[in-house]
Design a protein around this ligand. Structure first.
Ligand code: ZN
Length: 428
């Protein structure tokens, strides 16, 4: 037999720990006394989670106006005994829970966004109706912020140590207008940027799903122009409205490949013209294309470009260009590029989270979404979004409602807690 290199002996020595599957690790964690203590603490704190959700919700946090809610969260993080609680230059609140490994090493970031989609002046007073709580933003994402604080408290109460530090983040700018500015800063320039080895985002929900794919988005404002003219005396000139209508019909014939993820597209807004008796000089349409598959996103984009070119050519060939042709300008309507992003389904972070959720009695499914975890995914940092445990109705609307269902809420929160511990490495 060939002699083995010296380091195989070391590998063999450490084999039992390394050979442990995510399922074994999850069952060992969840079956242990410390985790049970953490669950007891969360159960005792149930009303407190609800109360804090209400407090957070009632401090408005419109896009780019998150500072009042950030200050509240900074205080709450200090009360939860997190270390080095700071508000960074972008407005993110961070608090550290030290792990057993040497200081300054790789860490797990757990984030929940502060911002809402609602403008300043929105009534954010919470109205309670039995097990229903109504207020804009209460589920997305106030409850996740409250649950994040509870995770920190439960870990402490149970004396649950992790190997890596956990950085708890209440971040700004997750919603559309914020264009992920909080997490982009956190991972790009923030003081912890070089240390974040994995990211878990918290969003509302009680299904135990795991978001592993970030939906890619292409979004454009297309401006059609032409010479315009009198509709009686200059009849026959090219019309940007006719070209736009033709482009929409051609675009609409795109057939997504159902075998390649989910692809959707929509012309959501059209406007143009000046008068019923004028040949229009301008028309504008807003186009949205989204996919969970980058090849399909590229295909629908190409289809859209062709539809546009063909419609312009057809209008210019059919009607008179004596006073000028119709043309179109395509401008991106996105503040940042939004590619399709993924974390590998067999990445340890995904396998551990699924094992954790399963160990708590929920069957976890991978899903797609659009949230902060897209940004670390796009940078090659393992990242997922997990449920903060509460069912939501009509998020992003004034009728937004959170449903209290104590056993389900506690079970999902426990699954998320176990996923966090496994991701940061349970320390023994
Ligand atoms: Zn959200």
């Amino acid at each position: 037999m060939k002699s083995l290199p010296w380091w195989t002996a070391l590998l063999a020595m450490s084999a039992p720990a390394h050979a442990q599957t995510p399922e074994m690790a999850a069952r060992a964690l969840v079956g242990g006394g410390a985790f049970h203590k953490a669950q007891m603490r969360i159960a005792q704190d149930y009303d407190r989670i609800v109360e804090e959700t209400i407090r957070i919700t009632q401090v408005p946090a419109p896009p780019f106006r998150e500072s009042a809610r950030a200050a509240l969260l900074a205080g709450m993080m200090r009360d939860a005994d997190l270390a080095d609680v700071t508000i960074d230059a972008e407005g993110n609140v961070t608090g550290l829970r030290r792990g057993a490994a040497r200081a300054g090493g790789p860490l797990l970031a757990v984030g929940a966004h502060l911002d809402t989609v609602f403008p300043e002046g929105t009534d954010v007073h919470v109205r309670r109706e039995g097990h229903l709580l109504h207020a804009p933003g209460i589920t997305d994402n106030s409850v996740s912020l409250a649950v994040m604080l509870e995770l920190a408290r439960a870990l402490d109460a149970a004396g649950l140590k992790t190997r890596q530090d956990i950085l708890f983040v209440a971040n700004v700018g997750e919603e559309e207008r914020g264009a992920f500015r909080g997490v982009r800063y956190l991972l790009g320039q923030g003081p912890y940027a070089h240390r974040i080895a994995a990211f878990i985002g918290l969003e509302p929900g009680d299904s135990g799903g795991i978001t592993t794919t970030g939906v890619g988005v292409h979004r454009y404002d297309v401006t059609f122009t032409g010479p315009g003219g009198h509709s009686l005396f200059q009849f026959g000139l090219v019309s940007p409205v006719a070209a736009m209508a033709d482009a929409i019909v051609r675009f609409d014939r795109f057939q997504p490949d159902p075998a390649k993820g989910t692809t959707v597209f929509n012309v959501g807004l059209v406007k143009g013209g000046t008068s019923i008796n004028a040949i229009p000089a301008q028309a504008v349409m807003s186009v949205d294309m989204r996919s969970t598959d980058s090849a399909e996103l590229a295909r629908v984009e190409a289809w859209f470009r062709n539809a546009l070119a063909d419609a312009l050519a057809a209008e210019n060939a059919t009607r008179s260009t004596a006073n000028g042709a119709v043309a179109a300008q395509v401008a991106s309507a996105l503040p940042i590029e939004r590619p399709v992003t993924h974390v590998a389904e067999d990445a340890p972070l995904v396998l551990q989270a699924k094992a954790a959720i399963r160990a708590l009695g929920t069957s976890p499914a991978s899903r797609f979404g659009s949230a902060d975890s897209n940004i670390p995914q796009s940078l090659g940092i393992p990242a997922i979004t997990l449920d903060s445990g509460f069912k939501y109705i009509s998020p992003h609307s004034p009728q937004e409602t959170m449903v209290l269902d104590r056993p389900t809420n506690l079970r999902i929160i426990a699954g998320t807690l176990a996923a966090v511990v496994l991701a940061a490495g349970a320390a023994h």
